[in-house]
Design a protein around this ligand. Sequence first.
Ligand SMILES: Nc1nc2c(ncn2[C@@H]2O[C@H](COP(=O)(O)OP(=O)(O)OP(=O)(O)O)[C@@H](O)[C@H]2O)c(=O)[nH]1
Ligand SMILES: [Mg+2]
Ligand SMILES: [Zn+2]
Length: 286
Amino acid sequence: MIGLIIYSSGGNYRVKTDQGIFKCKPIGLFRKNNIELVVGDKVNIKIDQTIGQENLNTINKLYERKNEFIRPRISNIDYVIIVTSVVEPYFNHFYLNKVISFFQIKKIKPILIFTKVDLNKNQKNLDLINKYKKLNYEIFIFKNYIDLKERERFLNLIENKFSILTGQSGVGKSTFLNFIDQNLKLKTAQISFALNRGKHTTRHYEAFEIINNSFIVDSPGFSSFKIDLEVNQIAKNFLNFSKLFNKCEFKDCIHLNESNCYIKKTVDLIFYNDYLKLIKELKEKY
Ligand SMILES: Nc1nc2c(ncn2[C@@H]2O[C@H](COP(=O)(O)OP(=O)(O)OP(=O)(O)O)[C@@H](O)[C@H]2O)c(=O)[nH]1
Ligand SMILES: [Mg+2]
Ligand SMILES: [Zn+2]
């Protein structure tokens, strides 16, 4: 039977199939070949309830992965849903731009959710959201709720897709998901003002089935997201750079001090500065 791994914890898995969800263990071959199964994997399982009291169902085949990530351990992602709060925590566009670019390099489309817009008192934040709109990203504005039409639009977008939800702690990932699917009732936390950081309330990776065979993994905050980037990849994939870098004079332009750099000339300063900051961060790493 073919299925999708929707939960993993300490070598125990839950696999969703046409016949329902089954608790499974992988056959020894996986360990022998050093293959760790992860949430998002498409697998074959064998149902075997005859041994002892336990349901000993086994996973005996892994189908080829479309993509895979080390941390979090997840595979076959169609969309990344990036949640950014405009206040508490502050509008961290640098982090957002970095995550967008990381996933664009992997050819995974981002969906941007801006939260806590009801608490916003600063026009600059709204202007910034508009800058993302101009780059043609799929955007949703969350004010502790979104209206039915927007909810529909979101559900249509993720239909039959496997998506990962990410964003810094406390931005409202779980709150947003609970709103989209009122049956989920994920734990949410009050932000801790003392630290100006949200408390971690999401502990494990689990794909939640939102209606219509659409799955979303609610992952912990970004600190545990392993982001590996290279300068020349960033130079071609940062935000909308893929549409622009061909117009730079040099084919391998990294948009710093090269002459006739189209990107330096045309990209919004706030985004260009984030690009510089990211390049600096990468260069310091090596
Ligand atoms: N006013 C307002 N509060 C919000 C909004 N979105 C989330 N919150 C609040 O922000 C706090 C943190 O929300 P969570 O959903 O727990 O955040 P999270 O991103 O899941 O956090 P972690 O699981 O720790 O990564 C909660 O108190 C929410 O009620 C919003 O749009 N408006
Ligand atoms: Mg959460
Ligand atoms: Zn350039």
